[in-house]
Write a protein of this length. Structure first.
Length: 202
């Protein structure tokens, strides 16, 4: 199913007006903890480049870094105490649902083979078809659009997105300092583990 998603997106050669091919933004992530039932908040930096390249770094409310270049991914957890070892997990052809989600949005604001669009005066919703939802791990994405010019419906204008995962878990992202980027440096989505790091390859 993932192969279907990748092939379909690759065939679409035009860039969506809704989502640029590359961007960076600060984020606040809110999710309900399965253990405590309380809201867990983290902050950090999100960077993305089509297709499949993503850098997701949590700097507050935890500390971790996920990087994928679309072919290989690195999940790095720094040491909790200085002098101890950090840990990095390296995998091939692995990504997180966010990069797959952003890749899919290149289809734009129209119904297509990946999702249907549902609009109201206050919300914009992407509802993924069941087979696609299984492959990207996401059922739907809702964006509040109240007060936004309908002619400027793009991610840079929408400061909040509410994502519903395949397991029905809801994740809220608030974005700020959104910057479009046509191209990142050539090695931006690669990771070199620092010294004193335990390396796990899967």
């Amino acid at each position: 199913m993932i192969k279907f998603l990748v092939v379909f997106i690759t065939l679409n050669s035009f860039a969506s007006d809704f989502l640029p091919k590359g961007f960076s933004a600060n984020f606040i992530q809110k999710v309900i903890s399965e253990i405590s039932g309380k809201e867990r908040i983290s902050q950090g930096l999100l960077e993305y480049q089509f297709p499949g390249k993503i850098k997701f770094e949590i700097t507050q409310g935890g500390s971790s870094l996920f990087i994928s270049n679309g072919q290989k991914s690195w999940y790095y957890t720094p040491p909790f105490i200085e002098g101890e070892k950090g840990n990095v997990v390296i995998q091939r052809s692995s990504s997180i649902f966010l990069s797959k989600f952003f890749d899919s949005l290149q289809q734009g604001l129209k119904d297509n083979k990946l999702y249907n669009i549902k609009k109201s005066p206050t919300t914009l919703e992407f509802i993924f078809h069941s087979n696609v939802a299984d492959s990207i791990g996401l059922k739907k994405a809702l964006f509040p659009i109240q007060g936004v010019d309908p002619k400027q419906l793009n991610l840079s204008k929408l400061k909040k997105m509410i994502l519903t995962r395949s397991d029905n878990k809801e994740i809220v992202f608030e974005l700020s300092e959104f910057k479009e980027k046509n191209q990142f440096p050539i090695n931006h989505f690669l990771f070199t583990p620092p010294k004193n790091t335990t390396i796990q390859e899967k």
